[in-house]
Design a protein around this ligand. Structure first.
Ligand code: TYM
Length: 334
């Protein structure tokens, strides 16, 4: 099969403003694949209700997220952008896959364990089922390559396991998807505690850099990033996690290796010029994105039209796969 025919599929939860982790770990890689693959990008709004949330905010964030996708370079003329809940098939396939997914395997998922701790007593089954819905998202479209950050790798592994299991039980049906994880940017850490992932739910908002942050705010957050008492720029994840995170950010933003980035700053004897250089690169990267985002975010009609176009194509493909799956599992099709 030619690369151009291979399906790339990935998504993001529309839970708020896009941060640097989502930009460098996800969106940047997605954007590079346009033109070379058959690209499907969706908004995982059904995943977004597995944690406590506010419906009105989810509604607003959904259209904001479409605007962010487009602002980051996902040109709707070159890919399909759609909303998970618009398509009949994701939850239907989830149910069928759930019927061959061991509970123990779901309970062992790192993300389930981490998020369960956050919600305390009220752990609902949607959180446990989260990876099964993700399997359905991927397998419904026979996707070959799934661009994700490090944190989603385990969910891809379980998807492959269950797809293989389905193929063994019901005969060859699903393509086994491969993860695509960028060499840099796959795990951007908090600017205030570089041992934890950058996340929009962080209580300390200085730890998170958003694509909507003004140039001044970007500079302030980078200059205030936690480092160490040394002054040497080297990549040492264990002993210098702050510097390692900044090097990773720099390497991903400039499209070069960590080694090349370290070499660029090898002669510095203080962290200040290093941080200044990172702030410059990030400002240059996100300011056009922010401007494009601001230009389209209030154009509800346009954003809905993008989703509707995506829906039409995605639903066609989903119908085809669901007819095949229903036949295999013994459901009558009218
Ligand atoms: P979500 O919305 O948490 O994140 C979207 C993408 O951004 C990556 N990411 C990061 N990468 C680097 N550093 C970070 N700090 C960082 N934070 C987030 C994530 O790895 C992800 O690739 N379950 C998924 C959405 C989803 C999905 C799917 C993805 C649902 N179904 C099917 C691929 C295929 C999620 O919640 O991503």
């Amino acid at each position: 099969m030619k690369v151009g025919q291979q399906v790339i599929l990935t998504g993001m939860q529309p839970t708020g403003k896009l941060h640097l982790g989502g930009l460098l770990g996800a969106m940047d890689n997605w954007q590079k694949m346009l033109g070379d693959y058959d690209c499907l990008f969706f908004l995982a709004n059904q995943h977004a209700i597995t944690m406590p949330y506010v419906p009105a905010a989810l509604r607003k964030n959904t259209l904001d997220c479409v605007a962010q996708y487009i602002a980051c370079g996902l040109d709707p003329k070159r890919c399909k952008i759609f909303l998970q809940s618009h398509i009949i098939g994701h939850t239907e396939l989830m149910w069928i896959l759930g019927c061959i997914t061991p509970i123990g395997q779901l309970e062992r998922m790192t993300q389930f364990k981490d998020k369960s701790k956050k919600v305390g007593e009220s752990i609902y089954s949607g959180l446990l089922y989260y990876p099964v819905l993700m399997m359905a998202d991927i397998l419904l479209y026979n996707a070959h390559l799934i661009p994700i950050g490090e944190d989603q790798k385990q969910h891809l592994e379980i998807t492959r396991d269950i797809a293989q299991k389905f193929n063994n039980i019901y005969s060859e049906t699903f393509v086994l998807p491969e993860p695509y994880i960028g060499k840099t940017g796959a795990r951007i850490m908090s600017l205030q505690d570089p041992t934890i992932k950058m996340s929009k739910s962080d209580k300390n908002q200085n730890a998170v850099l958003y694509i909507t942050d003004s140039d001044d705010v970007v500079r302030k957050k980078i200059m205030g990033a936690v480092t160490d008492s040394d002054s040497k720029i080297s990549f040492d994840q264990k002993n210098k996690p702050g510097i390692a995170n900044l090097l990773n950010i720099y390497a991903a933003a400039t499209n070069q290796s960590i080694e090349a980035s370290v070499a660029e700053f090898a002669n510095l004897t203080s962290y200040t010029p290093f941080k200044r250089a990172i702030a410059d690169v990030i400002i240059a990267k996100i300011s056009p994105i922010r401007n494009k985002y601001l230009e389209i975010v209030d154009d509800k009609e346009y954003l809905l039209s993008v989703l509707n176009e995506g829906k039409e194509e995605a639903q066609k493909r989903a119908n085809k796969m669901m007819a095949k799956v229903y036949r295999k599992v013994g459901f009558l099709i009218d």
